[in-house]
Write a protein that binds this ligand. Structure first.
Ligand SMILES: *Cc1c(COP(=O)(O)O)cnc(C)c1O
Length: 227
């Protein structure tokens, strides 16, 4: 079941990329495995999936310990600064940097570990009070502040737009993130290579790809409903 889902999602990723003349390989699938069992994750691994997204630190710690190296683990949930030490140890990418204090805490532990962490700045494109992320107009400043941390490799931006009925309604939010990413890339804030844009989930990843997503975070369409 999971293998078939992954195959179908890959086909949809490819079709969406080709619709807008993008190379399908420029889009990576992050399998969002929060609240999914080790068995489900193993099924995804057997189907060739290597990148997973987790929201909760304790859960992620257990899964990384059980499933080990060779996989990429993206932190896609809100991180408290006092949990930064553990996050620095277990994740291979942190997509949810939204304040300087968190970046500082991560840098401290990463420098002890001698580990460089790819990171994304989370942007709250909808300006929603209940959501994490910096306001779009604050993103540039935070990206500039991150340049002082040698163990944080800033690669781009992540967003979770407001919940909508129809995925087409998220198109302008995705476009907004891409334009912001392009603007900041011109300022040299993301290092070499193209800017990473993590946007799009089960309901709207195709629209996100049409608007430039390089990472799509898909949970339920891949694993089924969460417990
Ligand atoms: C849970 C979650 C997802 C996956 O959502 P689905 O709708 O299940 O695909 C993606 N991104 C973030 C940040 C999440 O918390």
């Amino acid at each position: 079941m999971i293998a078939e889902n992954i195959e179908a999602i890959r086909a949809r990723i490819k079709a969406a990329a080709e619709r807008v003349g993008r190379d399908p390989h420029s889009v990576r699938l992050v399998a969002v495995s929060k609240h999914q069992s080790l068995e489900a994750i193993r099924e995804a691994m057997a189907a060739g999936q290597t990148v997973f997204g987790e929201n909760y630190l304790q859960e992620a710690e257990d899964k990384v310990a059980a499933l080990g190296q060779g996989l990429a683990w993206h932190c896609i949930g809100h991180l408290q600064s006092n949990k930064a030490r553990l996050a620095a140890e277990i994740f291979t990418c942190i997509e949810t940097i939204d304040r300087l204090k968190l970046a500082k805490a991560l840098e401290g532990r990463l420098s002890e570990l001698g580990k460089t962490m790819p990171v994304l700045v989370q942007v709250n494109v909808g300006g929603e009070a209940q959501k994490a992320g910096v306001a779009p107009q604050e993103a540039g400043r935070l990206c500039r502040e991150l340049q002082q941390f040698p163990h944080l490799a800033l690669q781009g931006l992540m967003t979770m737009p407001p919940l909508v009925e129809n995925p087409e309604e998220s198109r302008s939010s995705f476009r907004q993130l891409r334009l912001l990413g392009e603007e900041l890339a011109v300022q040299g804030l993301f290092g070499p290579g193209s800017v990473e844009l993590s946007m799009g989930m089960s309901a709207d990843f195709e629209v996100a790809i049409e608007e430039g997503a390089t990472l799509v975070r898909v949970g339920t369409a891949l694993f089924g409903e969460r417990d």
